[in-house]
Structures are given as structure tokens and as C-alpha cells.
Write a protein that binds this ligand. Structure first.
Ligand code: HPA
Length: 274
């Protein structure tokens, strides 16, 4: 049997031996957004390093544990901390937990991230529901031999972000007086933040926000047939007049400040899922 399928099956069996319920919702918590985890009625938490075939997260602001539990009456599995390509993981390693979610029974994946705003209408602290993405600047995780058991060779990408879920999220935002921007997420590898010229180019190319995660995960999720909804927290602005120094600390701080809004959106959306 192929290696990746075998690994996914082994990890699934290992986890099912420890947690017998079926999570139908998967959650990925981005940089500085780990506090959402305190809103999960946790039933089992496992540090990544204990899970067979799991890569281990190293970046500050990432907690590195898989949480099984309940949010608003639904069984969920949440990644507190994710794997980034810039850390040196292969794209296949980056998306391993996403594929694992499918094997565990997840149908909808809720993804969050910290991102730089390149739409001049955005402010630091805004949330943006991702309506589409641009993947040219990252490495596609589906390169190489296709595993039919995971999904098709040429997955359709006309609706990577489920329109119904995006609409529901907007309604929840409106009902809770949360300002919710919408736009296109432009994926980059990092780890450098962008130059002024790059932020401008990304905006000209159709991006509203730019970030170093999410796109590979979404591609893998769509490949396996899960539905995706994703929200960026705008932690810094790439396009602005004054001197533009962006630090990781600033990104984490802005994400943490906006986290309660994200928690409301995700918690309410989970309650409305079928
Ligand atoms: N660029 C890329 N990734 C990011 C940024 C940014 O400005 N902010 C947070 N993640």
C-alpha cells in the first residue's frame, strides 16, 4: 500500500483507539489565535509529538496539539498550531493533519490565519472571510503521483471556499455586529514578510490579504472532498504611507486582540452546521 495512505490509516487507528467518537468539524487555529481552544469542551488533547507520523511545530505562537472535544453541540477536532512550509516541512507534511481530518470523519474544515492586508480599505484587527485564493506563489501539495483514494488528479477549484458557509458566516457577523471584510487570500511561502513592491504587486494581482499558510491546506481539503471556510485576521498592512516595518510580535499581538471576534464567528457557525 502507498506510504501516505498507510500512514494516514495508522494514525487514524492510533487516534481512534484513544477517542472513539467521530468529529465532523475540523478547525485550524492560526498564529496568535490559539485561545479559541479554551472554548472547546476538550475530551482529549494530544501533543503533536506523540502522534504517529505527525510533524512537530516549532514556531512561537503555536501550541502544537490536537484537541478532540465539543463546540456548540458538535464533535470537533482542532489543530492548535499548524505546520508551515517555511519551517522546512514538505507540502505533504504540511497537509498531513488535514488529510487525517478526512480519515477521522470531518466534513467541514474551519481555517483561521494571520494575514497582511493589501486592500487599502482594510484596517489592522479586521477579520476577512476568504472568498478565493491565489496559489501560484506556493508549492502545490498535490504535485507528484495522485493517490486516487485521496481525491482526483485534477481537482476543480471553482469554489474552494464553500459559498453557503461564507454566506452563513457573513450573517453571523452581521447579527453579532462584527465587521467582516471579504476578499482574496494570496498565498506566499514566507518566511520574509513582503517588500513594498511585493505588497503592491500582490494587490494588483487581485489579492486582498497575503499570508504564509492556509492555501496548501485548502487544496488538500478540497482534494479529499471536504467543505472549507476560512477567515484571516488582518494583523498588519502592507500598503500604507508611513514606514512599514512588520514584526512577528506585532502579528501575534493583533491576532490575539481580534481572536474573540473569530471565536464568536466559528462557535456560532459550528452550531449551525448540519
Ligand atoms: N505577509 C505575509 N504573511 C503574513 C503577514 C504579511 O504581511 N502578516 C501575517 N502573516
Amino acid at each position: 500500500m502507498n506510504n501516505i495512505i498507510r500512514q494516514l490509516e495508522e494514525t487514524t487507528a492510533w487516534l481512534r483507539a484513544r477517542y472513539t467518537q467521530t468529529p465532523t468539524v475540523g478547525i485550524v487555529l492560526g498564529s496568535g489565535l490559539g485561545n479559541f481552544a479554551t472554548h472547546i469542551k476538550a475530551e482529549l488533547e494530544i501533543p503533536y509529538e506523540e502522534i504517529p507520523h505527525f510533524p512537530v511545530s516549532t514556531v512561537e505562537g503555536h501550541h502544537g496539539r490536537l484537541i478532540f472535544g465539543e463546540v456548540n453541540g458538535k464533535k470537533v477536532v482542532a489543530m492548535a498550531g499548524r505546520f508551515h512550509f517555511y519551517e522546512g516541512y514538505t507540502p505533504e507534511q504540511v497537509v498531513f493533519p488535514i488529510r487525517l481530518m478526512k480519515f477521522l470523519g470531518v466534513q467541514q474544515v474551519l481555517i483561521s490565519n494571520a494575514a497582511g492586508g493589501v486592500n487599502p480599505a482594510f484596517a489592522v484587527g479586521d477579520l476577512m472571510v476568504i472568498t478565493d485564493h491565489i496559489s501560484f506563489a506556493i508549492i502545490n501539495p498535490l504535485l507528484g503521483k495522485n493517490e486516487k483514494e485521496l481525491g482526483p488528479r485534477f481537482p476543480d477549484m471553482s469554489e474552494p471556499y464553500n459559498k453557503g458557509l461564507v454566506k452563513q458566516l457573513k450573517e453571523i457577523a452581521a447579527a453579532n455586529n462584527i465587521k467582516l471584510q471579504q476578499g482574496v487570500y494570496f498565498g506566499v511561502t514566507g518566511p520574509t514578510f513582503e517588500t513594498r513592491a511585493e505588497y503592491l504587486l500582490i494587490h494588483r494581482l487581485g489579492g486582498d490579504a497575503v499570508g504564509m499558510s492556509t492555501v496548501q491546506e485548502v487544496i488538500a481539503a478540497i482534494h479529499t472532498g471536504m467543505q472549507v471556510v476560512a477567515v484571516s485576521v488582518i494583523t498588519d498592512l502592507g500598503i500604507r504611507e508611513e514606514d512599514n516595518v512588520i514584526t512577528h510580535e506585532e502579528v501575534l499581538e493583533a491576532a490575539a486582540a481580534a481572536e474573540p471576534k473569530l471565536t464568536t464567528l466559528f462557535t456560532e457557525l459550528i452550531g449551525k452546521l448540519p
